[in-house]
Design a protein around this ligand. Structure first.
Ligand code: HEC
Length: 327
C-alpha cells in the first residue's frame, strides 16, 4: 500500500513536470514573461513533489536496511538548483524597469511588404524599421489582408500579424546592425520575398534620425530631370504611394518619403541602387510573384531615370544605413 502511495506521488510529480506549456510567440515579450512565471510555479511544485518522494523512498529504504546512494539525490538537486537560479535571474531581468518599453511602433503587414508607424511622432517608414540599440520597444502587429508573422531570428522575435487583431510584443536589439526579418506564414505566392530589415543604430543617432524624419520635406527640384520625376510620380505612382510633404498620399503601397535612405527595395528583396530601382519600376511583377504593383513597361529610359533620380533624392544626409554591420 505504501509502495503504491510512493508511486502515485512520483507519477503526480512527473505529470506536473510535463505540463504542456502554451506556445509563446516571443521569448522576450511580457505575455511570455507571465507564462514563464506560471511554468516556474508548476516546476517548483514538481520539484517539491519529486524530491519529497525521493527522500521518502530513501528513508524507507534505510529503514529496511537497503543502502541508497546520496549521490542520486544530490546530483538532481544541484542540477535543478542551477537551472532555477538561471531562470530566476532572467525573470528578474524581464520584470525590471529595464524591460519596460520606451516607445511603441505599429507594424502593419501587407502582401508583401511591411509598414511602420511611430505613432507619437509623424513618422511612417516602410520595409526598413529604424530602432535604437539597447532600448526596449513595443511592437504592435496587425495585418490588412492575410495571416502574416514576422521573424527576426537574431533576437528571437517572432510575432503574428493577423487581420483585425493587435498582437503586442517587446523587443530589444542589443547591438547596432542591419537585421533581416521575414514572414514565416504562407501568406501568398510572394511570401518568400515578404522581407524587411531592422536598422539598429546608437540611441543618439536614432533620436536625430527620428527628429529629422518628422520634419522632412522633399528638397525643391534643382534639375529638369527631378522636375520631370516629380511630374511622372504624381501621374503614375501617387495613387498608391505617399511622399510626405508632397501631393502624393496613396496608401496601397510602401511609404516612399525617405526612400533615398533605404538600403533595399521590394521589401528587402534587392539592394537599393538606381539600376535595381529602374528595373523594379519597369517590371516589378517579374521580380516578385503576385506583387501588388503593376509593371510600367510603357515608360521610356529617360522617364525611369527621372523617377529613380527623384526617389533617390528623398533622403536625409548623415544617415548611411548601408554601412551597418550585418550580423
Ligand atoms: C496600384 C498601386 C501601385 C502603383 C500605381 C505603384 N506602386 Fe509602387 N508599390 C506598390 C506596392 C503594393 C508595393 C510593394 C510591393 C512589394 O514589395 O510587395 C510597391 C513598391 C514600390 C517600391 C519599393 C519600395 C520598398 O521600400 O521596397 C518602389 C520604389 C515603388 N513601388 C515605386 C513606384 C513608382 C515609381 C511607381 C510609379 C511609376 C509606382 N511604384 C506605382 C503599389 C503601387
Amino acid at each position: 500500500m505504501k509502495h503504491l502511495a510512493f508511486f502515485a506521488i512520483l507519477l503526480a510529480g512527473t505529470v506536473l513536470a510535463h505540463q504542456p506549456t502554451t506556445f509563446s510567440d516571443d521569448p522576450t515579450g511580457t505575455e511570455s514573461g507571465r507564462l514563464l512565471l506560471w511554468v516556474s510555479v508548476f516546476a517548483a511544485l514538481s520539484v517539491v513533489i519529486v524530491l519529497g518522494a525521493l527522500f521518502y523512498g530513501r528513508r524507507r529504504a534505510r529503514a529496511r536496511g537497503d543502502s541508497m546512494d546520496a549521490v542520486w539525490i544530490a546530483v538532481p538537486v544541484i542540477l535543478v538548483a542551477v537551472v532555477g537560479i538561471l531562470g530566476a535571474q532572467s525573470l528578474v531581468q524581464m520584470f525590471s524597469a529595464a524591460g519596460k518599453p520606451a516607445f511603441g511602433v505599429q507594424v502593419t503587414a501587407h502582401r508583401y511588404w511591411w509598414d511602420f508607424d511611430y505613432g507619437d511622432v509623424p513618422v511612417r517608414l516602410s520595409n526598413e524599421l529604424v530602432l535604437p540599440a539597447g532600448v526596449t520597444v513595443e511592437l504592435r502587429f496587425t495585418s490588412t489582408d492575410a495571416f502574416h508573422a514576422l521573424s527576426v531570428p537574431e533576437v528571437g522575435l517572432k510575432a503574428s500579424a493577423i487581420p483585425g487583431q493587435n498582437t503586442r510584443t517587446q523587443v530589444r536589439f542589443k547591438k547596432v546592425g542591419s537585421y533581416l526579418g521575414f514572414c514565416t506564414e504562407q501568406c501568398g505566392l510572394g511570401a518568400k520575398q515578404h522581407r524587411m530589415r531592422v536598422l539598429v543604430v546608437e540611441p543618439e543617432a536614432f533620436e536625430r534620425f527620428l527628429a529629422a524624419a518628422a520634419t522632412f520635406k522633399p528638397p525643391p527640384p534643382k534639375t529638369e530631370e527631378l522636375r520631370s520625376g516629380i511630374e511622372l510620380f504624381s501621374r503614375h505612382c501617387a495613387s498608391c504611394h505617399t511622399v510626405r510633404g508632397s501631393s502624393a498620399g496613396g496608401k496601397a503601397g510602401p511609404d516612399l518619403t525617405l526612400f533615398g535612405n533605404r538600403t533595399t527595395l521590394g521589401a528587402a528583396s534587392l539592394p537599393n541602387t538606381p539600376a535595381n530601382l529602374r528595373t523594379w519600376i519597369r517590371a516589378a511583377p517579374d521580380l516578385k510573384p503576385d506583387v501588388r504593383m503593376p509593371a510600367f513597361s510603357e515608360l521610356s529610359d529617360a522617364d525611369l531615370n527621372a523617377l529613380a533620380a527623384y526617389l533617390e533624392s528623398l533622403r536625409l544626409d548623415d544617415f548611411d544605413f548601408a554601412n551597418l554591420p550585418q550580423p
